[in-house]
Design a protein. Structure first.
Length: 221
């Protein structure tokens, strides 16, 4: 066999390991570049994440109010509310069968706790008595009258209008019905912001509180 015949075989054998090593280094560099790119994307996303904001319902101010500790006692019990409100996210009613949940606007206190608590606080101010509590407050009070409240709607529409629909029953200490009522209340938010929406929801809750105060006054509370 001539030298020319042997040269191609020798060349291929000599350079094959080098070519394999070059391919491995190239794949390593590509993998490293992809890992760095993924890390950069992750850091970028974390850097632009939005902090959640928390809101709460606010009772009427007690400034200037004189609250006695005598007379009949009242307990408010929330017996039902829409399942869509059973979460911390702020809810906007887009259509009749559609709700929008805000990822970064949330209630600081669950609504099933704050609704009866704020109502009780409002009624204490409106009726001028300390002897009004919300069920579950942990206060040792045997009520002379119980208010069973069911909230059917408590939300805001994209038109910046807050709505509250509710039904309620008054019961005496023996469980006898003293009255069965319902009401619909509305308020327009000052602007299209979650803070303004919460203020409007406070307004409709105050409207309900005044309605209940009038009925309670008629019952001698």
């Amino acid at each position: 066999m001539t030298t020319q015949d042997r040269k191609p075989t020798t060349t291929t054998t000599a350079f094959a390991p080098h070519r394999r090593g070059a391919g491995q280094r190239k794949r390593f560099r590509c993998s490293l570049a992809m890992a760095l790119l993924a890390a950069m994307v992750t850091v970028s996303c974390l850097g632009t994440s939005q902090d959640a904001r928390f809101y709460k319902l606010t009772p009427l101010s007690k400034a200037g109010a004189t609250l006695t500790n005598t007379g009949p006692s009242l307990e408010i019990e929330l017996v039902g509310y829409p399942g869509a409100l059973d979460r911390p996210h702020f809810v906007t009613r887009v259509e009749q069968h559609e709700r929008r949940f805000a990822d970064f606007e949330r209630w600081a206190v669950p609504l099933h706790q704050s609704l009866p608590t704020v109502l009780a606080a409002n009624l204490r101010v409106l009726l001028g008595t300390q002897r009004i509590v919300a069920s579950g407050d942990g206060l040792d009070l045997t009520p002379d009258v119980t208010l069973l409240l069911r909230v059917d709607r408590f939300d805001v529409t994209p038109a910046a209008t807050a709505h509250l629909e509710a039904r309620w029953r008054w019961l005496d200490a023996s469980g006898n019905e003293l009255g069965l009522h319902h009401g619909t209340f509305g308020a327009i938010a000052a602007e299209t912001s979650t803070a303004a929406y919460v203020a409007a929801l406070n307004d409709v809750l105050i409207q309900l509180s005044r309605r209940l105060a009038g009925e309670a006054d008629g019952l001698g509370l």
